[in-house]
Design a protein around this ligand. Structure first.
Ligand code: SAM
Length: 203
C-alpha cells in the first residue's frame, strides 16, 4: 500500500511544500482520486460559464500532476499551459501530454511569465493550507491584464484562516477586482472536506 499524504499535507509550512509534493507525486493522483477530488471540475465549470472563447489559453498555476489541466480541457478549453514549483509533479503532468507548455520555477524567484501573457489563470487546490502561501494570490493578480479572469479554490482548512477570504474582500472592496462566482461545495468527499470556488475579474 502506498504512503498516504493527504492528512500530512495540511500541517506543512510553506518551507517544506516542495519536499511534500516531491514525496507525494507518485501516489498523488491515486490518493486524491480515492477521496473523490472534485474541485478541479468545479473550478473548470465555473470558468467555462464566464470565459466563452475556449481558444483562450489558460495558465494552470500550480498544475501539479495535471488533474486541474485535464479538468480545464474536459470543459472545452483548447490550450492549457502549466507552471509549478515541484519538478516531480510536473514530470508526471508532462507524461500525460495535457499541456501546451510546462515550466518549473522556484518560489523565491517567481514564475518566468511576463505580465499580461495570460488573460485566464487558474490556481486549483494551490493557495492555502497544504500548498502555496497567500502571497501567490497577489502574484497571480499582478500577472493578469485588466479584464482578466482568476479562478481558484480555498479548501476548508484554508478557510479556517480568515486572512484568505480577507484577501478576496480586499480586492473587491478596493474595486481592484469583481467577484463573478463564489460557491461552496465538495472538495474531497472521502475526507468530508469542502472548498470555496471563486472567479474574479481584474479591474
Ligand atoms: C494540492 S496540489 C494541486 C495540484 C493541481 N492543481 C490539482 O488540482 O491537482 C498543490 C500544488 O501546488 C504546488 N505549489 C506549492 N507551492 C507553490 C507555489 N508557491 N507556487 C506554485 N505552485 C505551488 C505544489 O507543487 C502542488 O503541485
Amino acid at each position: 500500500m502506498s504512503t498516504k499524504f493527504l492528512n500530512q499535507a495540511y500541517g506543512i509550512s510553506t518551507m517544506d511544500s516542495r519536499d511534500l509534493y516531491t514525496a507525494w507525486s507518485d501516489s498523488y493522483d491515486q490518493e486524491v482520486h480515492e477521496n473523490g477530488y472534485v474541485t478541479p471540475l468545479r473550478v473548470a465549470e465555473a470558468l467555462d460559464r464566464h470565459v466563452l472563447d475556449k481558444n483562450t489559453t489558460v495558465l494552470d498555476y500550480g498544475c501539479g500532476t495535471g488533474l486541474s489541466g485535464q479538468a480545464l480541457l474536459n470543459v472545452g478549453f483548447q490550450a492549457v499551459d502549466g507552471v509549478d514549483v515541484t519538478a516531480a509533479m510536473v514530470d508526471l503532468a508532462r507524461e500525460k501530454g495535457i499541456y501546451r507548455n510546462l515550466d518549473v520555477f522556484s518560489p523565491e524567484d517567481g514564475p518566468n511569465i511576463a505580465e499580461g501573457t495570460y488573460s485566464v489563470i487558474a490556481a486549483i487546490g494551490v493557495i492555502g493550507a497544504g500548498a502555496a502561501p497567500l502571497s501567490v494570490f497577489d502574484t497571480i493578480m499582478d500577472l493578469l491584464p485588466t479584464g482578466g479572469y482568476f479562478a481558484f479554490s480555498f479548501n476548508d482548512h484554508t478557510l479556517e484562516d480568515p486572512a484568505y477570504e480577507h484577501k478576496v474582500l480586499e480586492y473587491t472592496q478596493m474595486k481592484r477586482a469583481q467577484l463573478v462566482f463564489c460557491e461552496y461545495g465538495a472538495h474531497l468527499p472521502g475526507k468530508d472536506m469542502k472548498s470555496n470556488v471563486y472567479v474574479l475579474v481584474k479591474k
